[in-house]
Design a protein around this ligand. Structure first.
Ligand SMILES: *Cc1c(COP(=O)(O)O)cnc(C)c1O
Ligand SMILES: [Zn+2]
Length: 557
């Protein structure tokens, strides 16, 4: 049987082996943290405990293994974002893929620990308030644990999400008001019925759950940087590592509060020697923490009427967590910034098309924030960044991808035995209406992949590639593309020579050329290209938008 103590944030009172504690016995304070005598040898047991967040159970607030309620949560992949990294010119961006939890968001961690603690305390019925994902995750785990759940949500939470809550057998109460009002109603309901009320960020379960994100990042990053597979759960012989930055979209701020507690514990145990800088992102229509932070306020100014479509992040009254986050940033560095709904939806599109990640709008807020911090030079090129990819988009809501995303195919004459050969060929031809050919001449495979991907995502170009100058000129002669995307520095025949050769040939001289280069051009080199090319783009300088615009312009002339 494990034990832990409870520490009150208000008066620092420590209650050893405190059970079922909802407030500090000395001052009544409600913000409680768990504290442990770090049990010797707990790291050796990780492999035996396996590939869920319960591998850290020796430092989690559940006393008896029999009370653990698990659906396989945690130990999510940490992967490098190669294409985004190329696009942003930043080689060290790592994704903590929390979409892969049992209900598709990092709230699965919170639910697993909170419901396990409820089971241990003998709770049979509980009340929770949520901006969406907590209700879903808690409902799944409550189903397993045999706990009846009353989930209070705001009426702006997408109906698709709420249907899942009902599917798990929870009661869904839609409150026509803000999230902060829903929270109050939930508390009143719990008090009046004598039911257990989930304590959210102030209680122990949620923060302890989120700290496992930090443990996993440190453990997996250590393996990755040692050149090993970070997902092998029984191999922990590499030194653990702290990234330079931890990035997350925030609503109530629970994630970063718990994650930073995790890194602090690892540092106290001597497993890592640094703390990350913390960047939190809110959505501009509900950004009480970001705006208060930038005004230098010690307590947050609430937002009474959130104005955003991203309901997951609509906490207008962050309360004490703002102070905690502000202190953490003051001590370790970082920022709390805001991005607009539009920036978030654009980032959502980019991460899906560039790196194959379907994220929910709330998660996209963090990616938009990442793009901004890299552009502003706040995040440096040599710093390791871990971004919490906090939730999956399922279903993809209509306003994200509209109605006309299919190409419809009618096979003529259903009455005939088989579609006639020509008819089928025409139909297949019509499926692919791309007429504009683009030739990419580039020797760096990463750059080719990125450029091809940027163009493919636009859907309207036929793309061919050559990997050196000689083959490039051959390809251009043979296919007479509508446009050439050209690298300058290549072995053998370089980009300058290709441009000159094209200008010298009657059939090629009018084909527009866009140069994409990593090289700072000298004045002489610029003069060599002057008047001969349609555009010049610097590699790695957030090139996707610019490239597509330059291409559209060059093709429309
Ligand atoms: C809850 C949630 C957030 C915000 O997390 P907090 O740490 O509670 O502020 C971000 N993204 C997703 C997908 C979420 O479900
Ligand atoms: Zn106290």
């Amino acid at each position: 049987m494990r034990t832990f103590a409870t520490l009150c944030r208000a008066c620092r009172h420590t209650e050893p082996d405190a059970r079922d504690l909802l407030s500090c016995p000395r001052c009544g304070g409600k913000w409680l943290d768990a504290a442990y005598d770090y049990p010797p040898g707990w790291q050796e047991r990780l492999g035996r405990y396996g590939a869920t967040l319960w591998r850290y159970r020796d430092l989690l607030p559940v006393r008896d293994d029999d009370n653990i309620v698990s659906l396989g949560e945690g130990w999510t992949p940490l992967t490098r974002a190669m294409n985004l990294g190329l696009m942003l010119g930043h080689p060290h961006i790592y994704i903590k893929d929390e979409r892969q939890g049992p209900t598709g968001s990092f709230k699965d961690r919170q639910a697993a620990v909170a419901i396990s603690m409820m089971k241990e305390a003998g709770v049979r019925e509980a009340v929770v308030s949520s901006t969406g994902n907590v209700a879903i995750a808690y409902s799944a785990f409550c189903a397993r644990a045999g706990v009846k759940l009353w989930a209070f949500v705001t009426s702006s939470v997408p109906a698709e999400k709420m249907r899942e809550v009902a599917l798990y057998g929870s009661e869904v109460i839609k409150v026509a008001g803000t999230y902060d009002q829903a929270k109050q109603v939930a508390a009143q309901f719990a008090a009046s019925k004598g039911l257990f009320l989930d304590q959210g960020i102030r209680g122990i379960a949620a923060k302890e759950a989120m700290k496992t994100v930090a443990y996993e990042i440190a453990e997996q990053l250590g393996s990755l940087l040692a050149g090993r597979d970070p997902m092998i759960a029984h191999d922990n012989h590499h030194p653990w590592q702290t990234p330079h930055w931890y990035l997350q979209a925030v609503s109530g701020g629970l994630g970063p509060v718990g994650v930073m507690k995790g890194f602090r514990e690892l540092r106290e145990m001597g497993l890592v020697n640094a703390m990350p800088k913390l960047a939190c992102f809110q959505v501009a229509g509900c950004a009480p923490m970001a705006s208060s932070f930038h005004k230098g306020l010690a307590t947050a100014e609430n937002v009474d009427n959130p104005a955003t479509d991203i309901t997951t992040l609509a906490t207008g009254a962050p309360g004490e967590s703002y102070q905690v986050l502000r202190e953490l940033i003051g001590e370790h560095g970082g920022t709390i910034d805001a991005v607009s709904d539009a920036e978030a939806f654009r980032a959502l599109d980019v991460v899906a098309k560039m790196d194959g990640l379907s994220v929910e709008p709330a998660t996209a807020v963090a990616f938009a924030g990442l793009f901004n911090l890299i552009r502003q030079g706040v995040i440096k090129r040599d710093e390791i960044v871990v971004i919490n990819c906090s939730g999956h988009t399922f279903p993809v809501e209509k306003h994200i991808v509209g109605e006309h995303f299919t190409r419809d195919m009618a096979l003529a004459g259903a009455a005939e035995e088989a579609p006639r050969e020509e008819g089928l060929l025409t139909a297949l031809e019509e499926l692919d209406p791309r007429v504009q050919r683009i030739a990419i001449v580039e020797d760096n495979p990463d750059a080719i992949r990125l450029i091809r991907r940027i163009l493919q995502a636009q859907g309207e170009f036929l793309i061919e590639e050559a990997h050196n100058g000689i083959d490039g000129l051959k390809l251009i002669r043979e296919t007479r593309p509508n446009l050439v995307v050209l690298d300058l520095m290549m072995p053998g025949m370089d980009g300058f020579a290709i441009v000159d050769a094209m200008k010298a040939e009657e059939t090629l001289k009018d084909i527009p050329v866009i140069v994409v280069t990593a090289k700072e051009l000298t004045a002489i080199e610029r003069r060599r290209l002057y008047g001969k090319i349609k555009g010049l783009l610097q590699k790695g300088a957030f090139m996707d938008v610019d490239l597509v615009e330059d291409i559209r312009e060059a093709l429309s002339e």
